[in-house]
Write a protein that binds this ligand. Structure first.
Ligand code: GAR
Length: 204
């Protein structure tokens, strides 16, 4: 099976990056991480990538006069790797239409809530504070809104009466680490068919 080259964007801890690395190494996911790019040089995810001999790049957004100039630099880093799918793995920058149009339906994001509920930042805390009985994880394609793109996979995470924000966060992350490799594998198998807002999963 072909192994699409992934360009992974991170800003921090990189536990989803680690889950993708592990899924490739155990043979669950048929893809190749071409490079990891962080907008923060202290991001721990960079160390995770280096440990697995994955090329890393730091492109600090503060070093560019505009979002567009920052994203142009991202594209210049990605282009030589012939990236087929951009993976946002805890990348905490809003992308402009210019970048999104460069990779049509080829930017995936993971969000720690059941979209369209609780978009934006601190989604686990938003759901916890709201008092929901069920939250979850969403993997979706990026469009020009904030966390509004077509949904590929979702899984629920029920709350327990004695949950703390920490215990809930731990369970949500554990679900993320399974769901993201699954969604990327569907892309690798060319099983995702986008019809407007809907993502059909072929042969499922
Ligand atoms: C993850 O929980 C991811 O869903 C979230 O950031 C965390 C990154 O963790 N992303 C968003 O909230 C995007 N709106 P990680 O760096 O350990 O993968």
């Amino acid at each position: 099976m072909k192994k699409p080259p992934l360009g992974i964007l991170i800003s921090g801890h990189g536990s989803n990056l680690q889950a993708i690395i592990d899924a490739i190494e155990t043979g669950f996911l048929s893809a190749k991480i071409a490079c990891v790019v962080s907008n923060k040089k202290e991001a721990y995810g960079l160390k995770r990538a280096e440990k697995h001999r994955i090329p890393t790049h730091v492109i600090r957004h503060q070093d560019y006069p505009s979002r567009e100039a920052f994203e142009k630099a991202l594209i210049q880093v990605f282009d030589p790797y012939k990236i087929e799918l951009v993976i946002l793995a805890g990348f905490m920058r809003v992308l402009t239409p210019q970048f999104i149009r460069h990779y049509p339906h080829r930017i995936m994001n993971i969000h720690p809530a059941l979209l369209p509920s609780f978009p934006g930042v601190e989604a686990i805390q938003q759901a916890y504070d709201y008092g929901v009985k069920v939250t979850g994880v969403t993997v979706h394609l990026i469009d020009e809104g904030t966390d509004t793109g077509p949904i590929i996979l979702q899984t629920t995470v029920p709350l327990k009466p004695d949950d703390t924000l920490e215990s809930l966060t731990e369970r949500v992350h554990a679900v993320e680490h399974k769901l993201y490799p699954q969604a990327i594998q569907l892309f690798a198998e060319e099983r995702l068919e986008i019809q407007g807002r809907k993502v059909l999963i072929k042969d499922s």
